[in-house]
Design a protein around this ligand. Sequence first.
Ligand code: EPU
Length: 330
Amino acid sequence: MISLKPYNTFRVESFASNLMHIHSEEDLFRLDMNSSAGIKILGGGSNILLTGNIPETILRNEIKGVEIIEENQEFATIKVGAGEKWHEVVLWALNHELGGLENLSLIPGSAGAAPVQNIGAYGVELKDVFSKLEGISLPEKKIKFYTKEECQFSYRNSIFKSVLRESFFITKVYLKLSKHPQLHLTYGTIHSELAKKNIQNPTIHDVSAAVVAIRTAKLPDPAKLGNAGSFFKNSIISMEQFHDLKMKFPEMPFFEEDDWHVKIPSGWLIEQCGWKGKRIGDTGCYEKQALVLVNYGNAKGAELLQLAENIIASVKEKFGIILSPEVNIW
Ligand code: EPU
């Protein structure tokens, strides 16, 4: 049995029957796909909660490499090995003066996991810079490409999180980056962070530094306190439900999603229910950002799941909104 504690940022203990490190396509082609145990795909382990032992064979993506494969005066397309650490890719782009990833600085996890859940932060989502990806369909052992449209990106979701879950292994991600980037500064806190430093004409480096400062202040460092970032998604509700709630809770923050839907920050809902900063045993709801659950040391996956379920129940009772987890529960 192999301990998965080093492979998940929640730092919970769980054991796998089999863990294989995948360094290349050839490693995948050599696999016995007909084994009855089944397969699970692991990237940086920063978006999973392990609630028990794993009988399936775990494939850990360790395909590396970043290179420019195409460029002109405006853009450069880079090909990224899916096992690269996401933030290393952001730093690589910054060092090459390529813009587009700066708002996505410091997100834990691997490059291959970025399209799976269409990572997003501070007004930018992966789909904004995504060109295509390459990977292997495990049942057929065949290389396949997916265009942006085929990935079916939506808020923290893609085809790889739904119908292709555990059957498609992403090997390379292609990103289209800009040599004359348009900066995205509208997300409130970026503005104030730049203003604090008196920066009038920010560069991609300034924006990245601002994002790093905001994240460091608000989100726990997984190297010091086990966590998987936002545990829940923000909540998208109907306009009708929104109007009813707004009457009862006039101070409720919201963002219009489209003509029929409104996005409510789930962190606010959780905070209103009194969970922010609460600790139960070694599990807790983070004191500076209620959307994040934390492991103070020896929490078990099942205990964190119990905390999540208790939070879901109280938000449902107070607001009639059913929170849905963003992390994958194994
Ligand atoms: N809020 C509260 N209390 C809290 C947390 C949030 O009231 O404890 C309210 C406030 O009104 C605040 C608003 O929520 O203004 C938004 O908060 P914040 O900017 O911290 O962002 P978020 O909506 O809680 C999302 C992403 C984060 C991402 C930030 C910044 C999701 C599930 N989470 O959080 O992503 O970093 O925006 O763009 O969409 C992640 O996915 O793991 C993640 C950390």
